[in-house]
Design a protein around this ligand. Structure first.
Ligand SMILES: NC(=O)c1ccc[n+]([C@@H]2O[C@H](COP(=O)([O-])OP(=O)(O)OC[C@H]3O[C@@H](n4cnc5c(N)ncnc54)[C@H](O)[C@@H]3O)[C@@H](O)[C@H]2O)c1
Ligand SMILES: [Zn+2]
Length: 369
């Protein structure tokens, strides 16, 4: 295997699959997919912008491997990650006479991947599925682990399934056309992986940030590969989130509260999560469970990336607590809060009280660059 390409195996018994990472993987899609699925007819689900940039290359490559492909375009944006869109895709699959021997390929960011996966999981009770993530967030997070689904007006990701793909192709070359803000937002999850699971990886990110931000091929490949490895390591131990997988929610409890307060508009997901990661670090410090330099070390890296480390000024700490109490996952039963002892070592605590979170948020407000 050449230097710029790599492979991560996600080990889930008969649901195991490979993730291919590297620049140009897209052009090898046909061969790789033909080796992972018996399907010889495919529906490539994508959005207008990503379709225009990449669909033809994918269709060409599939054709070369004897796979006939139909492109199905859905509108861009989270609000189309909805059952109405799912239904329209089903109709298109029927129009193209895709039967149980066909497959669905999701070519795009997390919105496309989650929706395409849900379609694949449910159409004719389930057909083969391939993830081709094109955003950093989708490559390092959404495309691995088998969570697929759509939103309801009353909340995100309320409808869905666990449905593993046959293969994942993460072409880091596609990140060159990704809007910079989206790239930074994806880096939030990358940084999260380092903080909760791998101190060496975190140090690598600190050392190599300039190269990563310049989208240098080797650094990008390493980052996507290592993040997928780390996430896959968690998922293979806890496929359906009954325990360990919860640590991937680091930063997300406060992050979700902030997202809901900003109406999912003011901040990108990753930006809300990085604020929540610093809150969590400060909570661990308050509890005497973490070194007092932890939050500052995280803040320093976030500043270099251009990600926020404290809530926007118009959001009061008290409002964050109130929004958290409305969160379905938080509202009932004990609050299970993900904290870190030190970089690379996360744990779940049931001793985090609203008062403690409030104190951390007030501390965070006072943090300076
Ligand atoms: N299934 C999971 O485990 C999981 C995990 C995390 C997030 N998610 C879901 O993922 C979604 C967010 O994913 P996202 O951040 O990728 O958002 P997204 O899919 O909306 O993509 C972000 C934007 O970037 C554009 N884009 C994507 N790739 C591009 C490229 N290569 N070139 C140019 N433009 C490109 C998209 O068109 C879109 O406008 C949410 O719906 C979230 O719930 C799922
Ligand atoms: Zn996230």
């Amino acid at each position: 295997m050449s230097k710029s390409k790599s492979l991560v195996h996600v080990s889930l018994g008969e649901r195991s699959y490979d993730v291919h990472v590297g620049e140009g993987v897209l052009d090898r899609a046909g061969k790789l997919i033909a080796g992972a699925s018996k399907a010889r007819v495919a529906a490539v689900v994508t959005n207008p912008r990503i379709g225009k940039l990449y669909a033809e290359r994918v269709v060409e490559s599939l054709r070369g491997a004897g796979i006939t492909a139909h492109v199905i375009t859905i509108p861009a944006g989270e609000r189309y990650k909805a059952l109405s869109t799912v239904r329209r895709v089903y109709e298109k699959l029927l129009d193209h006479r895709i039967d149980r021997t066909g497959m669905v390929i999701g070519l795009g960011g997390g919105v496309v991947g989650d929706l395409a996966g849900f379609v694949a999981a449910t159409y004719l009770r389930g057909i083969d599925f391939v993830q081709m993530p094109t955003s950093l967030l989708a490559q390092v997070d959404a495309s691995v682990g088998g969570k697929v689904g759509v939103d309801l007006p009353r909340g995100k990701n309320l409808i869905g399934a666990f449905y593993q793909p046959q293969i994942v192709l993460a072409d880091t070359g596609t990140l060159h056309t990704l809007p910079k803000a989206q790239f930074r937002s994806g880096l939030a999850e990358v940084i999260k992986h380092g903080i909760i699971l791998d101190s060496e990886y975190y140090a690598y990110l600190e050392r190599n940030l300039p190269a990563i931000m310049r989208l240098e091929s080797e650094s990008l490949r390493h980052v996507v590969e290592r993040s997928i490895e780390l996430k896959a390591g968690v998922v293979t131990q806890d496929e359906r989130e009954s325990g360990l997988r919860a640590i991937l929610n680091f930063g997300h409890t406060v992050g979700h509260a902030i997202e809901s307060l900003t109406g999912y508009r003011g901040l990108l997901h990753g930006e809300a999560v990085t604020i929540g990661m610093v809150t969590a670090a400060l909570i661990a410090q308050e509890m005497g469970r973490a070194d007092e330099l932890l939050a500052r070390r995280i803040r320093d890296l976030l500043i270099r990336v251009g990600l926020p480390y404290r809530p926007p000024e118009d959001i009061r700490p008290e409002a964050v607590i109130e929004a958290m109490k409305l969160d379905k996952k938080v509202a009932h039963g004990k609050l299970r809060f993900v904290l870190v002892k030190e970089i690379g070592s996360a744990f779940v605590s049931e001793d985090v009280t609203p008062e403690l979170i409030l104190r951390a948020l007030k501390e965070q407000e006072k943090m300076k660059p």
